[in-house]
Design a protein around this ligand. Structure first.
Ligand SMILES: [Zn+2]
Length: 408
């Protein structure tokens, strides 16, 4: 009953794990571009933990960053030896945190973590320390039980996740060949309250700005002008037809369809009695990977051309953001099956491979042809005031990781 022993051992670490959370929280690893000093100090504490806990190979990949006091951003790759080195089970978490935001909205000091009602409160305690600490103590349980995991374990502690990963996992993937095709890569940085969501795919993202130019005139003589707002409004209803042009459903995703929504609207004339000569609105499109972003743009161009002709306006389209979806991790990839089996045994719930509309850092692995999956049991309080980590989630996730380390 190796799993039973490991689980009791993890339970015995409860207070130590809470203390480690509090210690990490006191070192705010905020990106220099968000007004902080980066992850170097936090990395020192983590390196110390890795050294004391039997990790055989610990490397620090330094991404240059002249805005950081140390001139670099640290990325740690630590290996713990298993019975067999033919594959590595990787768990990647990020060291950086987002700023606390308005302090008045916090019940306490965001960097002096406190425990209340089974939760630890503080900036970074859920995103991403909950599973960072869980992964480190899952490994520690093997060491203290004198048990070897079946395969090597890799703990990746990266920088710069919150501001684009350029100096984080993106840099690591470009400057290291630590990851292999057969490795299992788990990124516990997305999830749901039940711990059932295994994120494997994402939609393409396309943000557009529409500028419609007509001709300004007095409100009483619309025939002397061209009402840009009216033309843009017809365009909005025309664009709603994108739902019919790209109607496919994919049950992997929630929601299962591509979405095409007008969102932000810039103000036009300040007074009621002027026909507006210019109108600007934006659109947020989330496109299922089966459609290309370019075919959607082509369809949109046909719609704008129709409105231009009908209303004699000029419409210019600007791509504010365009991020084609990474190739999805398949729903029966080894990493997904390993997570499902562990979630079933530890949380008594059925894990489900899911696609989401927003991007995760796992996409960087997928673009580099690795089948990574995002999973954690989370309340999703990340980036909010009074961010918290449910202590039982931290403990449970550690057991899920340990379960995977014991799988054949
Ligand atoms: Zn995160």
């Amino acid at each position: 009953m190796e799993l039973g022993k490991i689980i009791s051992r993890i339970d015995s670490f409860r207070d130590e794990m809470i203390d480690f959370q509090i210690q990490l929280c006191a070192i705010p690893a905020i990106a220099p571009s968000s007004g902080g000093e980066g992850e170097a100090q936090k990395a020192e504490v983590l390196l110390d933990h890795l050294k004391k806990n039997g990790f055989s190979r610990v490397e620090v990949i330094k991404a240059p960053d002249l805005d950081a006091p140390t001139d670099y951003r640290p990325n740690i790759l630590a290996r713990y030896e298993g019975k067999n080195s033919s594959k590595t089970i990787w768990i990647m978490t990020h060291m950086d945190i987002v700023p606390p935001g308005e302090l008045a909205q916090w019940k306490g000091d965001p960097f002096k973590a406190w425990v209340e009602g089974g939760k630890i409160y503080g900036r970074g305690v859920e995103d991403n320390q909950q599973d960072m600490v869980a992964s480190l103590y899952a490994v520690k349980a093997f060491r203290e039980e004198g048990l070897k995991p079946n395969y090597d374990i890799g703990i990746a502690l990266v920088a710069d996740e919150e501001t684009g990963s350029e100096k984080g996992i993106d840099y690591v993937l470009k400057h290291s060949n630590a990851f292999r095709k057969q490795d299992l890569i788990i990124v516990p940085d997305a999830g749901n309250e039940e711990g059932t969501m295994i994120e494997v795919a994402e939609k393409s993202l396309l943000w557009l700005k529409f500028r419609t130019e007509g001709k300004q005139a007095h409100g009483s003589t619309p025939e002397k002008g061209i009402n840009s707002f009216k033309a843009a409004s017809f365009l909005v209803t025309e664009l709603n037809k994108l739902y019919n042009v790209f109607p496919d459903k994919d049950a992997l995703f929630d929601p299962p369809i591509s979405t095409f929504e007008p969102t932000k609207k810039e103000s036009n004339v300040p007074n009621i009695n002027t026909i507006p000569g210019e109108d600007v609105f934006y659109m947020d499109n989330r496109i299922l990977p089966r459609y290309t972003v370019d075919e959607v743009i082509k369809a949109i161009n046909t719609m704008t051309a129709k409105i231009e002709k009908e209303f004699k306006v000029k419409i210019t389209l600007e791509e504010t953001q365009k991020a084609p979806a990474a190739p999805p991790t398949s729903s029966d990839a080894p990493v997904v099956l390993a997570l499902k089996s562990a979630i079933q045994d530890i949380y008594k719930k059925e894990g489900k491979a899911t696609g989401i509309g927003g991007g995760t850092v796992a996409a960087l692995f997928r673009r580099a042809q690795f089948e990574a999956a995002c999973w954690a049991k989370l309340d999703e309080t990340a980036h909010q005031p009074n961010e918290y980590c449910i202590i039982d989630n931290m403990m449970g996730d550690a057991k899920v990781f340990a379960h995977i380390f014991l799988q054949e």
